[in-house]
Design a protein around this ligand. Structure first.
Ligand SMILES: Cc1cc2nc3c(=O)[nH]c(=O)nc-3n(C[C@H](O)[C@H](O)[C@H](O)COP(=O)(O)OP(=O)(O)OC[C@H]3O[C@@H](n4cnc5c(N)ncnc54)[C@H](O)[C@@H]3O)c2cc1C
Length: 445
């Protein structure tokens, strides 16, 4: 595997575009590449982008017997889906944005509740070896927060296995006495998101989909009531196009789509495998662990016993692997004293792009846009795509297969330019994250 010492430009990191072989989730030997699209072909549905959203949509369409082609600029999982922190968060951060929806979000909620096990179920059903661990998820806080209590009350009411936990439980679950209050989500967990995404794309192929790699789409044109999706060396003529291109610069053919989102670069890293004494003491429950109110050091321990974390880099500093590794070590030394004398190295460091639909955390929701006749876009999954990508992809696929778009659980809206896009990066990278680090470091809240 390429180490973090691979020579890359700062701009590669800032674009979230370092090669997938630098990403800690990618195996030493990458899976065989999907062949590019060459020549002209046809399909009922063509999907642009093979991340979790696109791969799941393709798989579930193919399973319904629909002739589907996927056209991916790089390879399945090369976008955010293969680069994230691997947390499976099988609920919604908030229901606030659904207040104005005709059904007040009831169908989305029902779909989330019913589909909360989708990541583990798909991995199991398709035999995807992706270290999917339903080991729970912990949000740890240093004091009591009414919001957490309310969240637990609401989701317990929906039948979720979620509990408010105190210091004794947190110490048992996490192996540290730092947190005195928090939530334990029994249905949360973690997954190797690269292997999961690639596995979904392979499953789509097994179900009859055609998946083309290394084929950036350069245009989508209307042609006699159908759509022609063009790459440099080929095209697919289809009745329906679904764009699942997220924030990885890919909406040049519909520039207005890029304006609907707040793209933000995020970094992630994997340590070297942790020594045995550290493994026994740090996060013994192996829950996906994050902190509240700011999840500055989300953490999973993977099947190779590496600690994997992610966060937002400082301005113009997406390439500063050693700096963020030092921050991570500082956090570990503070939180888990056993790590102070341990030999923990940085195995890999990478970046990726998140794409959100709002500059306000609680208004950030995935979107389905009607971009043009016969062209939909499912995107802006924020930091919830590991769960919402497969779930919403399946929902959209079933609605398309049944030719009943009223079954789509998100409102289908026109692309609308997001407000304050230019100040979003400034706000997050200059103000919110640095501020949250200070607050966290000195226990100010
Ligand atoms: C560092 C980091 C940590 C994160 N942590 C978590 C987490 O712990 N849990 C969680 O739920 N979410 C997390 N997320 C968010 C999650 O990764 C995303 O929400 C999710 O992967 C989005 O999936 P997607 O399919 O919409 O997009 P992507 O996976 O980005 O897929 C889009 C695909 O479209 C392709 N594409 C773009 N343009 C074109 C074109 N012109 N032609 C053809 N193909 C094109 C790209 O190559 C890419 O493969 C994190 C994200 C990052 C970056």
């Amino acid at each position: 595997m390429t180490s973090h010492r691979t020579r890359l430009n700062r701009s590669d990191y800032e674009r979230g575009d370092v090669p997938i072989r630098s990403v800690g989730w990618a195996p030493e030997t990458l899976p065989p590449p999907m062949a590019p699209l060459t020549g002209d072909t046809e399909a009922s549905v063509v999907i642009v982008g093979a991340g979790l959203a696109g791969s799941s949509t393709a798989l579930h369409l193919a399973e319904r017997g629909i002739d589907v082609a996927v056209v991916e600029a790089a390879q399945p999982g090369d976008g955010a889906s293969g680069r994230n922190a691997g947390h499976v968060q099988p609920y919604l951060a908030t229901l606030d944005p659904t207040e104005d929806w005709p059904d007040k979000g009831q169908r989305l909620l029902d779909t989330v509740i019913e589909g909360r096990g989708i990541v583990y179920e798909l991995a199991d059903k398709h035999g995807i070896a992706c270290d999917a661990q339903a080991t729970g998820m912990v949000e740890g806080a240093i004091r009591r927060y009414g919001e957490l209590e309310e969240k637990a009350r609401v989701w317990r009411g929906y039948g979720y296995d979620v509990d408010v936990v105190g210091k004794a439980d947190l110490t048992r679950l996490l192996g540290t006495t730092e947190y005195s209050y928090g939530l334990h989500w029994g249905e949360g967990g973690s997954v190797n998101p690269y292997l999961f995404t690639r596995g979904l794309a392979d499953a789509a192929v097994n179900a009859g989909a055609r998946v083309y790699g290394d084929s950036p789409v350069i245009s989508v044109e209307q042609e006699n009531g159908r759509r022609r999706v063009r790459t440099l060396h080929g095209s697919v003529l289809a009745d329906q196009v679904v764009l699942c291109t997220n924030g990885h610069a890919g909406n040049q053919f519909y520039p207005d789509l890029a304006k609907t989102q707040y793209p933000l670069v995020a970094y992630a890293m994997a340590t070297t495998p942790l020594p045995d004494d550290v493994l026994a003491a740090v996060n013994p429950s192996r829950a996906a662990f994050t902190q509240f109110p700011a999840g500055l050091v989300p953490m999973v321990i993977d099947e190779r016993n590496r600690l994997i974390t992610a966060s937002i880099p400082r301005p113009r500093g997406a390439d500063k692997a050693e700096t963020y590794f030092r921050h991570t070590l500082d956090f570990l030394h503070r939180t888990f004293p056993v790590t102070r004398d341990a030999d923990i190295g940085l195995e890999s460091y990478w970046t990726g792009m998140t794409a959100s639909s709002s500059s306000v955390y609680h208004a950030d929701y995935p979107q389905i846009f009607r971009v043009d006749d016969g062209v939909l876009a499912l995107m802006n999954l924020g930091t919830w795509g590991v769960f919402l990508g497969p779930l919403l992809g399946r929902n959209l696929a079933n609605a398309l297969a049944d030719d009943r778009m009223s079954d789509v659980v998100l409102p289908i809206t026109e692309p609308e330019t997001a407000r304050y896009r230019n100040s979003f990066n400034f706000k997050i990278r200059y103000v919110l994250i640095p501020g949250a680090r200070v607050v966290d470091r000195f226990n100010i809240l």
